[in-house]
Design a protein around this ligand. Structure first.
Ligand SMILES: NC(=O)c1ccc[n+]([C@@H]2O[C@H](COP(=O)([O-])OP(=O)(O)OC[C@H]3O[C@@H](n4cnc5c(N)ncnc54)[C@H](OP(=O)(O)O)[C@@H]3O)[C@@H](O)[C@H]2O)c1
Length: 182
């Protein structure tokens, strides 16, 4: 088995946006991207958590990150364009987008599934991913080689009882990987 060992500074001069960067996988990804030399843009809904990640990255001596406080529950097409404009003005390009933020909703049968929860899960896990990716593509195209990463789940290609909107949103995510980007 081959073990992939990235070289130090392999992400030097790269600018990478991570959604849901304040906790969990998004937090770890952001810190690791920074460790390997990237300038990371930390997007999330809880500013204090983003500030903690910011401080941790600064303490590593990695490139200074940026913070975009944004509750994706309320992300509109206008907000997505504003984010794209801000990144283009500040960095001139975007090398990577990690669409990571998601919510689980509830695990229950469809008769008990609240329509509000359904809409919230679809907004954060699907609609906001579509809007951000759509509006960031022109900025991603300014980089020599850019990447968009979507975050799925085991229930994104095989449903499981009661996983409801979350599972449906991850099936949509997997569809987006093959349908939007080439
Ligand atoms: N952990 C697993 O075992 C697992 C398994 C399969 C797939 N995944 C996928 O991996 C990704 C990350 O999972 P995780 O376990 O790291 O999740 P997590 O620990 O719950 O972290 C999710 C992050 O997304 C942010 N977020 C949630 N709603 C948001 C909103 N409306 N606007 C902006 N940011 C929002 C959260 O912000 P706050 O910190 O402010 O809450 C948090 O920083 C998700 O896409 C998930 O579906 C995870």
């Amino acid at each position: 088995m081959t073990r992939f060992e990235p070289s130090d500074n392999c992400l030097k001069d790269k600018v990478i946006l991570v959604t849901g960067a304040g906790a969990g996988i998004g937090r770890e990804a952001a810190i690791h991207y920074a460790k390997y030399g990237a300038t990371v843009i930390l997007l999330g809904r809880t500013t204090e958590k983003l500030e903690q990640v910011y401080d941790e990255i600064e303490a590593l001596g990695a490139p200074q990150p940026a913070i975009i406080p944004m509750d994706l529950q309320h992300l509109s097409e206008e907000h997505a364009q504003q984010i794209a404009d801000k990144i283009e003005q500040e960095f001139g390009k975007l090398d990577g987008l990690l669409n990571n933020a998601s919510i689980l909703g509830t695990l229950t049968a469809i008769e008990q599934y609240s329509y509000d929860t359904w809409q919230q899960v679809m907004q954060v896990n699907v609609n906001s991913v579509f809007l951000l990716t759509k509006h960031l593509i022109p900025v991603l195209r300014k980089a020599d080689q850019s990447s968009v990463i979507f975050t799925s789940s085991g229930v994104g290609n095989q449903g499981r009882a009661y996983w409801g909107a979350y599972s449906v949103s991850k099936f949509a995510t997997e569809g987006a990987c093959s349908s939007f980007i080439r």
